[in-house]
Design a protein around this ligand. Sequence first.
Ligand code: V47
Length: 387
Amino acid sequence: MELPLDALEARAAATGLQGIPSKVRAGERLAPADALALYRSDDLPLIGLLADEVRTRLHGDAAFYNVNIHVNYTNWCNKFCSFCAFQRRPKDEGAYCLSPDQVHEELSRANPEATEVHMVAGVWPALPYEYYLDLLRAAKAARPDIHVKAFTMVEIDQIVKTAGKPLPEVLAELQEAGLDSLPGGGAEVFSERVRRDLYPKKMGAERWIELARGIHAFGFRTNCTMLYGMTETLEERVDHLVRLRKLQDETGGFQAYVPLAFHPANTGLAHLPMPGPHERLRSIAIGRLFLDNIPHVKAYWVMLGLPVAQMALAMGADDLDGTVSQERIYHDAGAGTPEALDRPALHRLIREAGRVPVERDTLYRVRRRFDQPEEAPRPAPERPLSV
Ligand code: V47
């Protein structure tokens, strides 16, 4: 139900958000100054309500998820980002690098219902180009019908350097070997100031954007992310969103925006607090309101925690990601969420939020819509939930 606009504007006027409800109701694009006002405002109920209006317009009562598997094929990494708990040097304790055969075995044993494997990892320049091609071939050999969503822009940058070939040629060879689409990671926050301070060995915004542009032009879909809650300012968060929206105007290649809350445990920034539930929900809602050209906003439950992910469905998110399993990046950084959720658990989360579970494939084609509630609700996951 849409509330009367004058009531929304009256509330907005009291909390410094005047004019924003009218723009949202009219489907008018928000200005960067509006995004900044939303980030500065404490009025989460109003921001969430506006974002929910946009979500309803786009997706009705549907909340999407997929059945997927995560494979973090190596934690060897030479980027040494201070926000990362996953990275290791090859001789460090806990370092690993899966062979293509091991990936094959892992996927052969994984959930037979999975329609997607999400495969990302650290960057180690000594790994040969053939290794990446063999990983993809191994995934497809184990599961010929699975959609392989793999490699962040940071990995692609390294693969292109290792291959010594132009991007389109590399993409064609990766596609031939089994690559179907790419996830959204590696963007962190586009601020050059934050990059120099916290992840100076990683590529800057210009290169990330150049690669995403080339990948979209080639024909692959990707997602996009923003890692927030480190030392970036609110202005820098807005600048990140502006750049994503601009690129999407140009290419249309982003399917979903996934705001990623910083997890400090076991990282070089362990003294920082994790963004609280209020901030996590606000980031979802602002993403929905500002990124008017990106169809989906994902509440990645592994990172948000289950209660916040569920509430995010009422504040602009239309997607929970998937069943997931074997995820290491967030669990190494202290995420208290379960290792995986099965389909009934995801359905329960979605139904409790008043939405209808819709299983999608990676490209958001609907596989099944579950209008009828399941007969027997399943018990809650055994591990404690993080909030
Ligand atoms: O690239 C790493 C971030 C990303 C931490 O596209 C951290 O569908 C918070 O991109 N705290 C990987 N964030 C995850 C990712 C992702 C996840 C789910 C779905 C999709 C998608 C993409 O996680 C990394 C980095 O930006 N990250 N360490 C940390 N300590």
